[in-house]
Design a protein around this ligand. Structure first.
Ligand code: GDP
Length: 683
C-alpha cells in the first residue's frame, strides 16, 4: 500500500501542473504546531537538510519599518518529497518558479525567505510549492503551516494570531492527515495544535501526535504522554528528539537525518521507560508513510470522480474553442518560422538586380547632382559662367579641366562604401518589414533573432563587397571609354535629371513665395537683381526691407536663376551641340551620367554576387538555425507563450494532457486494487 503513495504523489504533481489542485481532493499531511514547538526541526530531520528560513524561522517575523508596526508574513509550504532510489543526487525544485534544480539547500532556504518576505498580507493561503528529490527521503506530501501564536504581544498582535488560526483551519479539513506537533516541555493541555485538531477530528482518526524535545523531560513523564491516555488519539503519539547535534558534526555529514536518529537511538535506549512506546523520527517516517497511503487509498474514488469531472469540462472547452486541434510550442514555433521565411521570400524580390541597380543609381545621381551644382550650376560664381559654355567650342581647355575634376571626384567618391551602404540599408528596411509582420510582432525574442541573423550575415559580406567594388571600378578612375549609343541613352537620362531638378527648384521657390508673399517677393527679387553685387546689409538701409526678407529674397533669386540656367541647359543638352560624345566637355550633365552609369553597372555586379544572393541563400538557413535548431525546450516554450492566443491554447491542452495522464494513473491503481481484492477473496 505504501507504493501507492508514490503514484499518488505523481498524480498530485500532474494535477498541480493542471493548475486546479484546490478543487481536487488529494490528501496531504498538514503540519501544525505552536511557534518553537520544534516543527521546523522535525521537517528538516525528515528532509535531511536545513532548508527552512532561519532568520524568519517561525514565527517568521520581520519588522516593516515603513508601516511602523511589526509584521508577520507567512505562506504555507506544500512540500512534496520524492524518493529517488536510483540517483544519488539530492535537490529541490520550485515548480511554479521554474528555477530548475537547486542542489544547494541553503539556496532553497534563501528562496523560501524571499518568497515569505514578498508577501504583503499578514498571512496568505497561497502556498509555495517545493518538491524535494532524494534517495533518502520517503515519498510524502506535507504542508507546513505557520506556527500558532500562543502569547500575543506588540510584535504579534491578536489579529495575526487569528489569521494564522483561520489559515490552519482551512488546511486541517478532511481528507488531510493532521500532524500535531507539541513540545514535550509544554503541558499538552496548552497545545494549540491538539486543540485545533480536536475540533475537526474529535477522535483523532486522522491526527497523529508528535511530541518533540523528548530530551527535555523526565522519562517517566515522557512515557505517560506517549501512552496515549490523557488526550487519546486513534493514531497515537510518537516521541522524537530533533535537536541537531553540535555544529562540528554537521560539517562532517551533509545529511542530518542520520545524526538525529543516532542521537535519538542513544537517548531512548538509555531510558527503559520508553521500551513500549513509539519513539524516534525513523518510526515517525514509517508511520507517516503508512497513514498517508491509507488516507490516499480511502480518497481514491473521490479523487477519481473529481479528475474525471474536470477532464470532461476541459475536453469540452478544448473542442469548442480549438476544435481539438493540436498545438505544441514546437509546432507553433515551426509555423512561425515558416511564416517568416515565406514573408522573406516574398519581399526578397525587392532585392532583384534591377531594383538594386535603381537604388544605387538613385544614390549616385544624388552625388552627381551635388557635383553639378557645385561645379557648374552655381549662378553666382565669378569664373566663366555656364551660359558662356556653348560659345566656348574653340578654346575649351577650361571646361575640359573642369570636367576632369568632376570625373575625378565622382570616381573617387568611395563608390564601394556608398553602394554597399545603400544595399545594407535596403536589407534592413526589408527586415524591419518582416519584424512588423503580424506573425512575429508579439515575439520580441524572435524579432531580435531575425535582426541579429541578418546583421551577422550581411556585415562581414558588406566589407568584402565594398572592397571588391572599389577594386573593380579602379580603371574608371583613369579612363572612360564612351560609345555613341551609350552617349545617346545618357543624354535622355540627363535631360530627365535636369527636369527633375527644375521641378525641385520650382517647388523650393514656391515655398519661399508662400512665406514672403507673392508681390512682396517680386519686388524684392527685382531689387536684388538690379543690385546683384551689393551687400544686403547696405541694401537694408537703402531699401527699407528687413534683413530677413532680403535674405529670403536672395535665396529665392538664387533658385530662380538656377532654374533659368537649367532651362537653358536643357535646351543645350537636347540641341545639336550635345549630340555627339566628341563635345563631352561642353555637356557635363551627359558625361557624368555615363560615368555614373558605368559605376553603377560595376557595383551592381559585385553587390549582387557577393552580398545579395549570398544573403538570400543564407538568411532562411540562419533563421532555421536560430529559431528552431538551437533553442532549448524552455526557450521554445516561452517563445510560443509570448503569443496570448497560442498561450491559452497550449495551456488548455497541457491541462488536458495532465488530467488525462492523472486519470490513467488513478484508474491503473483502482484496477490493481480490484484485482488484488479479488485474488484475496479467491484465496
Ligand atoms: P518551530 O518554531 O516550531 O519551527 O521550532 P524550531 O524547530 O525552530 O525549534 C525551536 C527551538 O527548539 C530551536 O532552538 C531548536 O533547536 C529547539 N529544538 C527543536 N527540537 C528539539 C528537541 O528535540 N530537543 C531540544 N532540546 N531542542 C529542540
Amino acid at each position: 500500500i505504501i507504493a501507492l503513495t508514490k503514484t499518488m504523489i505523481e498524480i498530485r504533481t500532474l494535477l498541480q501542473q493542471a493548475g486546479n489542485t484546490t478543487a481536487l481532493i488529494m490528501p496531504s499531511i498538514v503540519v501544525i504546531g505552536s511557534q518553537s514547538s520544534g516543527k521546523s526541526s522535525l521537517l528538516e530531520t525528515i528532509v535531511g537538510h536545513e532548508f527552512l528560513p532561519k532568520c524568519l524561522r517561525s514565527p517568521y517575523i520581520f519588522t516593516n519599518s515603513l508601516r511602523g508596526n511589526n509584521m508577520v508574513t507567512r505562506r504555507p509550504v506544500e512540500l512534496t518529497l520524492i524518493h529517488t532510489p536510483d540517483s544519488a543526487s539530492e535537490y529541490g525544485e520550485f515548480p511554479a518558479l521554474k528555477l530548475g534544480r537547486i542542489t544547494d539547500f541553503s539556496q532553497i532556504q534563501k528562496t523560501l525567505t524571499d518568497l515569505n518576505l514578498a508577501v504583503s498580507e499578514w498571512v496568505t493561503d497561497d502556498p509555495i510549492q517545493l518538491n524535494i528529490y532524494s534517495p533518502r527521503v520517503p515519498d510524502l506530501s506535507l504542508i507546513d503551516l505557520p506556527g500558532y501564536i500562543q502569547v500575543t504581544n506588540q510584535d504579534q498582535p491578536d489579529r495575526l494570531r487569528e489569521e494564522i488560526e483561520l489559515l490552519c483551519e482551512k488546511y486541517i479539513k478532511p481528507p488531510n492527515v493532521i500532524l500535531a506537533v507539541c513540545a514535550a516541555d509544554i503541558d499538552l493541555a496548552n497545545s494549540t495544535a491538539l486543540r485545533a485538531s480536536k475540533q475537526v477530528d474529535p477522535k483523532g482518526d486522522r491526527t497523529l501526535g508528535v511530541i518533540t524535545k523528548m530530551d527535555l523531560i523526565p522519562a517517566q513523564e515522557g512515557f505517560e504522554i506517549l501512552s496515549n491516555n490523557r488526550y487519546p488519539l486513534r493514531l497515537g503519539y510518537i516521541g522524537v528528539i530533533c535537536k541537531v547535534p553540535p555544529q562540528g558534526l554537521i560539517r562532517r555529514s551533509r545529511n542530518i537525518t542520520d545524526l538525529v536518529t543516532k542521537n535519538e537511538q542513544a537517548y531512548f535506549s538509555g531510558h527503559p521507560e520508553y521500551e513500549s512506546c513509539v519513539v524516534g523520527s525513523l518510526n515517525l517516517r514509517k508511520q507517516l508513510m503508512r497513514v498517508l497511503a491509507n488516507s490516499m487509498a480511502n480518497s481514491l474514488q473521490a479523487t477519481h470522480n473529481q479528475v474525471k469531472k474536470s477532464l470532461e469540462q476541459i475536453s469540452y472547452q478544448y473542442k469548442v474553442k480549438y476544435n481539438e486541434r493540436n498545438l505544441t510550442p514546437e509546432s507553433y514555433v515551426a509555423q512561425t518560422v515558416d511564416q517568416i521565411k515565406s514573408h522573406f521570400k516574398q519581399i526578397s524580390s525587392n532585392l532583384d538586380r534591377q531594383k538594386v541597380r535603381d537604388l544605387l543609381k538613385e544614390r549616385i545621381n544624388a552625388q552627381v547632382l551635388d557635383l553639378l551644382a557645385e561645379l557648374y550650376w552655381d549662378v553666382q560664381a565669378h569664373e566663366p559662367n555656364m551660359t558662356d559654355l556653348p560659345q566656348a567650342k574653340l578654346d575649351d581647355k577650361y571646361w575640359k579641366a573642369k570636367l576632369e575634376t568632376a570625373t575625378y571626384r565622382l570616381t573617387r567618391l568611395g563608390i564601394g562604401r556608398l553602394s554597399t551602404e545603400a544595399t545594407v540599408d535596403r536589407v534592413r528596411e526589408l527586415i524591419t518589414q518582416i519584424c512588423n509582420d503580424s506573425s512575429i510582432h508579439s515575439h520580441d525574442f524572435a524579432k531580435q533573432q531575425v535582426i541579429q541573423a541578418s546583421e551577422d550575415i550581411i556585415e562581414p559580406k558588406a566589407y568584402q563587397a565594398s572592397d571588391q567594388v572599389e577594386n573593380c571600378i579602379k580603371p574608371l578612375k583613369y579612363e572612360i571609354d564612351i560609345e555613341e549609343r551609350e552617349w545617346d541613352c545618357a543624354r535622355i537620362r540627363a535631360l530627365d535629371l535636369i527636369s527633375t531638378e527644375i521641378e525641385l527648384l520650382d517647388h523650393v521657390f514656391e515655398k519661399i513665395r508662400e512665406s514672403v508673399g507673392s508681390r512682396y517677393l517680386g519686388k524684392v527679387t527685382s531689387l536684388l537683381r538690379e543690385h546683384q553685387d551689393e551687400d544686403i546689409e547696405l541694401l537694408e538701409g537703402k531699401s527699407g526691407y528687413s534683413l530677413a526678407v532680403l535674405e529670403k529674397g536672395k535665396e529665392a533669386l538664387r533658385w530662380k536663376q538656377r532654374a533659368e540656367l537649367l532651362h537653358f541647359r536643357k535646351r543645350v543638352v537636347s540641341g545639336k551641340q550635345c549630340k555627339s560624345v566628341k563635345n563631352s566637355s561642353l555637356c557635363p550633365e551627359v558625361f557624368l551620367d555615363v560615368v555614373a552609369e558605368k559605376l553603377v553597372s560595376t557595383a551592381v555586379m559585385f553587390i549582387n554576387v557577393e552580398l545579395i544572393s549570398e544573403f538570400i541563400h543564407q538568411f532562411p538557413r540562419e533563421i532555421d538555425h536560430r529559431l528552431l535548431q538551437s533553442l532549448t525546450p524552455e526557450q521554445i516554450e516561452s517563445f510560443a507563450r509570448e503569443d496570448p492566443v497560442a498561450r491559452d491554447h497550449i495551456d488548455l491542452q497541457s491541462k488536458k494532457d495532465c488530467l488525462e495522464q492523472a486519470l490513467i494513473k488513478i484508474e491503473g491503481i483502482m484496477a490493481r486494487d480490484q484485482l488484488s481484492r479479488r485474488s484475496r477473496r479467491n484465496a
